[in-house]
Design a binder for this molecule. Structure first.
Ligand SMILES: [Zn+2]
Length: 395
């Protein structure tokens, strides 16, 4: 078994588009739509609000029938800036049984293999399809699963309930049925600037946001002690982290603004809402305490919380028919949890049975000289072929 010329070409073509998350993915999406043109596939493009990116959802077979299969991958990749690459990251370099390129593991090889197989079924087996086969390609996964969420919000009802969504993130072809979610926030403090020699004439935004930084960690400690636990994960509790803090302009100026970012990674069963509610309440208390202490000063302190990423935790059902079918095809039948966040939680929330499983190792994802073993490519192609053949049998 080796990969076909068509699979190889498709991999090379997808790798060739620099779809770092900050860039548009429209050239890649146009390439895919051109490939599928005239094959009778039902095609939906779902553009980002600024129209620079798009999700693609394409289906063949009896579209409105439940029990179909969806192959899902993200088109964006992490940046290569600041990384030391031995080869051109946007050109496949084959060496010693490996393919090196940005997105080789995460996750253009999966996207390419899925596209090639989808195209093959559309060309050769469309008349035999007993249930729908869909291909979903999303944007902005790496920056918070934004494309997948927009797709579900605007077109989630386009498809009848599938039997299986296969999210082909690199798991070394092992089934993953759960991952933590992620929610990211900016905490803004707006005070009042003045010269540091008369600090009472101003409000130091850093001072009040610092109280909130400490509070976030106090809630984090409580989540660790008393929060929801899922022992499949290490650590087994929902975590918090303050990632950045910015404020002030000089040593002799009372800072009028301060912003810090923090995240929480909720385990399945936790939504992160406890943390959010408590932080918002704490902000109100800090504002009130300031107002009480500075009556008549005419100064006011404003604290506000903005959420910019929200991906629910994923807790799939490994006993679902679709999951059991997928696992039956794998060499390693152990079902794992992933330490990283995926789009699976978004699909599960939409009521779609989902499993994460794809070729390549997460160890190589996001790294300089990212690669995928050719053996994984071959086995990934074989898995995708067998998964799609499910659509030729009745549900
Ligand atoms: Zn990925």
């Amino acid at each position: 078994m080796s990969i076909t010329q068509n699979q190889k070409t498709t991999i090379e073509e997808l790798i060739g588009f620099d779809t770092t998350s900050v860039n548009s993915n429209l050239d890649l999406i146009t390439y895919v739509t051109n490939r599928l043109d005239g094959l009778g596939a039902h095609l939906t493009l779902d553009h980002s609000p600024d129209k620079t990116k798009a999700n693609l959802l394409t289906t063949i077979g009896p579209k409105d029938q439940a029990g179909g299969i969806i192959l899902s991958g993200h088109t964006d990749t992490v940046p290569v800036a600041g990384q030391n690459w031995s080869t051109d990251p946007y050109k496949i370099a084959e060496s010693q049984g490996r393919l090196y390129a940005r997105g080789s593991a995460d996750m253009k090889v999966f996207c390419a293999l899925a596209l090639a197989q989808f195209e093959h079924i559309a060309k050769e087996h469309a008349g035999q399809l007993q249930r729908p086969l869909s291909l979903v390609l999303t944007y902005d996964e790496e920056v918070g699963c934004i494309g997948a969420q927009n797709l579900i919000d605007t077109h989630g009802d386009l498809l009848a309930k599938p039997e299986l969504v296969l999210v082909g993130e690199p798991t070394s072809l092992r089934a993953v049925s759960a991952n933590k979610g992620i929610r990211c926030f900016e905490a803004h403090a707006k005070g009042h600037g003045c010269h540091s020699s008369s600090p009472d004439k101003g409000i130091n935004a850093i001072r009040y946001n610092a109280k909130l930084v400490d509070f976030v960690y106090r809630v984090g400690d409580e989540l660790k002690k008393n929060g929801v636990k899922d022992i499949r994960f290490d650590p087994a509790y929902s975590t918090v982290n303050v990632g950045t803090i910015n404020g002030g302009s000089a040593i002799n100026v009372v800072a009028d603004e301060c912003v810090f970012t923090f995240e929480t990674r909720p385990v399945p069963g936790d939504t992160g809402e406890t943390l959010v509610t408590r932080v918002i309440k704490q902000q109100a208390q800090i504002e009130q305490a300031f107002a009480d202490a500075s009556k008549g000063s005419g100064l006011s302190l404003n604290l506000d919380l903005r959420e910019y990423v929200s991906v629910p935790a994923f807790n799939g059902d490994e006993n679902h028919t679709g999951s059991r079918f997928l696992i039956s095809l794998l060499a390693d039948k152990n079902v794992l949890v992933a330490p990283f966040c995926t789009e699976a939680g978004v699909y599960q929330k939409a009521g779609w049975n989902t499993i994460v499983c794809g070729p390549g190792s997460i160890d190589q994802a996001h790294q300089p000289d990212e690669f995928i073993e050719l053996d994984q490519v071959k086995r990934g192609a074989n898995l995708i072929e067998r998964v799609t053949q499910r659509c030729l049998t009745a549900a």
